[in-house]
Design a protein around this ligand. Structure first.
Ligand SMILES: NC(=O)c1ccc[n+]([C@@H]2O[C@H](COP(=O)([O-])OP(=O)(O)OC[C@H]3O[C@@H](n4cnc5c(N)ncnc54)[C@H](O)[C@@H]3O)[C@@H](O)[C@H]2O)c1
Length: 383
């Protein structure tokens, strides 16, 4: 197996510095570059604060903190990364900017240096296409905050050498992560399968079936989810969550299953982004209103079951289309977005025929392609 001792990180935003911490914690020599020097200094200061908090909580020693910081070197040009074994790019989510960086870095590093992107929505294959030697290109998608979230999606481009998938898989295990392998398709695993958690909740609200609080309560009280969909959208940011939904919808050639919601667009347009702007679906300022959810158990069940079957259907369809293995789909949803149970396991427990029945009832009511049942789910239901 190739050793990845020297790791170059491009972009020192929240993801870049988090990935630098992970690699450095595993004793790699980390070289970090950002076009904005003050962002880089700030990122390192933030990292130091994070590490001091970890010492206070008894999670790491002072020696470990010092070694993590000393393993990370700020570099002022990409040329200083020439001896890297692996480069991980975490700059702004813009295809042209990413391609430009990869073209530059390819002419600097050796031919066997692995080039990786942390993009959450751009096609890995399209990014690889800008390289002279695309077989060493791969997607390594960490979740935010990278040092805390165990899941990492590995996404080979069409051009990627298959051995590289195994090498990166082993590297991520060495970095104490839970890697899964995903096909290069919109949203990869998590951002594809999780879409109905938000979109079906928004749809239920738009149809005036229930308010935000009741929908959130249903998912937590009956489903055991740690956060309800509206709490989670407020936490992620309505601007960010809407942008991901819109990009997945476009990338799927406007498949109605991934259609964004007007409600969320309006919240994003109004600047009601959630926690970060003190207002989203809920208020986070001084005048917090105490709203109580409905306690109508039948209504709560109806909400929970409708969102759950849409999630199970999406997971089964991802399996049907070979986006990932069953094991990786289950790992992705439990370790990447903390779902209380793997969705396929949940489908088996409820029974696939029950899920199909619910999907068909929704389709019967709306006659929208959004509610079409995955062929795999239907096949499994009659087995
Ligand atoms: N934030 C998340 O939740 C999250 C999760 C997974 C993946 N990602 C992906 O990770 C990448 C980075 O996201 P982020 O949230 O850390 O962004 P960010 O905006 O916090 O940081 C990006 C950094 O890149 C720097 N930068 C921009 N263009 C550059 C260039 N041409 N050369 C060098 N530096 C440049 C900026 O100065 C900034 O410091 C994106 O592709 C994003 O989609 C983000």
């Amino acid at each position: 197996m190739k050793s990845f001792k020297n790791v170059g990180i491009i972009g020192a935003g929240s993801m870049g510095i988090g990935i630098a911490q992970i690699a450095s914690n595993s004793n790699c020599n980390v070289f970090i570059f950002d076009q904005n020097k003050s962002a880089l200094q700030q990122a390192l200061k933030k990292l130091e604060k994070v590490l001091i908090r970890l010492i206070e909580k008894g999670k790491i020693s002072t020696i470990k903190k010092d070694s993590i910081l000393s393993n990370i070197k700020i570099v002022e040009s990409l040329e200083s990364m020439k001896d890297s074994d692996l480069i991980i790019e975490a700059i702004v989510e813009n295809s042209a900017a990413k391609k430009e960086i990869f073209c530059q870095i390819e002419s600097i590093v050796s031919n066997d240096c692995v080039l990786a992107t942390n993009t959450s929505s751009i096609s890995i294959t399209s990014l690889a296409s800008c390289l002279k030697n695309p077989i060493r290109f791969i997607g390594i998608h960490f979740f935010n905050p990278a040092p805390i979230m165990p899941l990492v999606e590995i996404i080979p481009a069409l051009q990627t050498n298959s051995n590289l998938v195994k090498e990166i898989h082993q590297l991520l295990l060495n970095w104490n992560k839970k890697p899964v392998v995903a096909k290069d398709t919109p949203g990869f695993i998590v951002n594809r399968i999780a879409r109905p958690f938000y979109s079906e909740a928004l749809r239920i609200y738009e149809e005036q079936i229930a308010d935000f609080k009741t929908i959130d309560f249903a998912m937590k009280h009956i489903g055991g989810f740690r956060m309800g969909p509206f709490e989670l959208m407020d936490f992620i940011g309505n601007d960010v969550n809407y942008a991901v939904t819109e990009s997945v919808f476009k990338a799927f050639y406007y498949d109605p299953r991934y259609k964004p919601s007007f409600t969320q667009k309006q919240y994003a347009d109004a600047g009601w982004h959630g926690r970060k702007s003190s207002k989203g679906y809920y208020d986070y300022g001084d005048n917090i209103e105490l709203i109580l959810p409905s306690k109508d158990e039948r209504l709560l069940e109806e909400i929970f079951e409708r969102i759950l079957v849409m999630l199970i259907n999406e997971a089964m369809d991802a399996l049907y289309l070979g986006i990932a293995s069953e094991q990786d789909i289950e790992l992705a949803m439990t370790k990447g977005v903390n779902y209380p149970k793997g969705l396929i396991k949940w489908g088996k427990e409820k029974s696939f025929s029950w899920v199909v029945g619910k999907m068909d009832t929704l389709y019967g009511l709306y006659h929208e392609d959004r509610y079409r049942c995955s062929p795999l789910l239907r096949k499994k239901a009659i087995l």
